[in-house]
Design a protein around this ligand. Structure first.
Ligand code: FES
Length: 164
């Protein structure tokens, strides 16, 4: 069964007819040609496909596009475009050399932006250790974004710097 939906992706409205089983990720990549969100596992386990849907970070490979009809979607490419320059999180990733192959980076950056918004909104800490520091908080909140190269030693400080 097909459905007509609209998505506002990085400030541009797209109208598309999709099979109702199409995920947000496949709608973005295969139907709209927006390739910033990456397909890693396609099972909600790696975070490479992370986008912001109406401001909340989601694994777009797990979400059916029909459920997001009319939603505002922000990708890593949109973060840069909206500001007219790199987003502070993107700048910090560059300054800290927070990537190796770079495949997970768009999802990491979008997730970090969503995480920082959660902190700003006063979302309760998920870190329970008494001695937890900001790095622990970042590691816990970013645990849904995997880097198979193991660049966490630079990713965490890059996010910490923006969070301070
Ligand atoms: Fe969506 Fe891995 S591709 S979580």
């Amino acid at each position: 069964m097909d459905a007509d939906i609209s998505l506002v992706v990085d400030g541009t409205t797209h109208r598309v007819t999709i099979d109702t089983r199409t995920t947000v990720l496949d709608a973005l990549r295969d139907r709209l040609g927006i390739t910033s969100p990456k397909k890693g596992c396609d099972h909600g386990q790696c975070g490479a496909c992370t986008v912001l849907c109406d401001g909340r970070r989601v694994n777009s490979c797990l979400m059916l596009a029909v459920a997001f009809d009319g939603a505002t979607v922000t990708t890593a490419a949109g973060l840069a475009e909206e500001a007219g320059e790199l987003h502070p999180v993107q700048e910090s990733f560059v300054e800290h050399d927070a990537f190796q192959c770079g495949y997970c980076t768009p999802g990491q950056v979008v997730s970090a932006v969503g995480m920082l918004d959660e902190l700003a909104d006063g979302w309760p800490s998920k870190v329970t250790d008494d001695g937890a520091d900001l790095g622990d908080e970042v590691r816990e909140r970013m645990s849904g974004n995997l880097c198979r190269c193991g660049a966490y030693a630079n990713i965490v400080p890059a996010i910490e710097e923006v969070a301070r």
